[in-house]
Structure formats: C-alpha cells, structure tokens
Design a protein. Structure first.
Length: 180
C-alpha cells in the first residue's frame, strides 16, 4: 500500500531538475481542478484556470515570471486559499522558487488530502475505530492519486522532457472528481 511520505517525496523531488519539480507540482494541481469548492461543485473560476495556464506557460518559458506572479496575486485576492485546488496551484507556482522541492511536496500533499477527505466523508469513517485510517488510505481513490504521483516522479526522473506528457495526463484526469 502506498503512503504519503513527505520526507521521501522531497528527497525524490530534489533529485529532479527545477523544471521537472514544477511540472510535478503542476500535475498535482491539475488533478485537483475538479475538487475546487469541494464539497460543492461550482465551475472552476477563470482566475484559477488562468493561473494554471500561466503555470504551464511558465514551465515552457513562454511568459515572464511577473505574469505568473500576477496570476498568483489574482488567485490570492479573489479565491479561498484554503481550498485544496487553489492551494495546490499556489504551491505549484511557488515550486519555481528557492524552496521548490518543499512547495512541490505541499502541492502533492493537497492532492492526497483532498482524496483522503472525500473518501472519509463519503464512507462516514469513524476515526475512533481501529484501522479506520488504513481503510481510507487503502481506498482505490487515495491509492490512485498516490500511484499517479509515483508515476509522475518516475517519468520525470527518467527525463525532464516528460513534463508535457505528465501535465497532459493530469489535465485530463482533473476534468472529473473521483466517485466513491
């Protein structure tokens, strides 16, 4: 069974190129797109979409850092930064800076925690019971996100040129929220 282990994740992220770390974090954020506003399902706000697009363009060096910062500022000014999808985007944008491995790990954590919360609430898990956390962690939705993160890391470790592939898969996966 896969687990979220932040220290191991950071070590793996530090072995990647800075661009690959950002691609990993952006992929985590992309997969959370459908989780915006959880437990409701409002449409993804244009400002969040704009930040995701700016992030992808920044990865490919198609726009200046100031433009990405403007997208981040717009998200922070108009959206709930505690929302998992919003926070993951902000962490992914922060993965371009000096603390890039930590920020990328935080984006991954938001992906894991969003699935954990979805499963816990849908199954009405009582965490006072023995093995409750194991039940949630072992759920296919939680395991699928952790496996996708592991797959992304493997692809990016093999070649940082895999960033577009990782992002394309994540964008497709981010179009629907997991069903429990």
């Amino acid at each position: 069974m896969l687990r979220y282990d932040e220290s191991k994740l950071i070590a793996r992220l530090e072995a990647l190129s800075p661009r690959a770390r950002v691609a990993f974090a952006a992929a985590c954020a992309e997969r959370l797109r459908a989780y915006f506003g959880y437990p409701n399902s409002p449409p993804t706000p244009r400002v969040l979409e704009g930040a995701l697009e700016a992030l992808q363009r920044a990865i490919h060096k198609e726009l200046p850092d100031a433009t990405l910062q403007a997208a981040v500022d717009a998200c922070e000014a108009s959206l709930d930064i505690d929302d998992d999808a919003v926070a993951a985007v902000l962490y992914a944008c922060g993965a371009q800076g000096s603390e890039s491995a930590q920020a990328a790990a935080w984006a991954a954590r938001r992906g894991y925690e969003a699935r954990d919360r979805l499963v816990s609430e849908a199954l009405d898990v009582d965490f006072n019971l023995e093995r409750a956390e194991q039940r949630v962690l072992g759920h296919p939705i939680v395991q699928a996100e952790l496996q996708q993160q592991a797959n992304d890391l493997e692809l990016l470790a093999a070649s940082s040129d895999q960033g577009p592939t990782v992002l394309a898969r994540a964008r497709q996966a981010g179009n629907t929220r997991d069903a429990v």
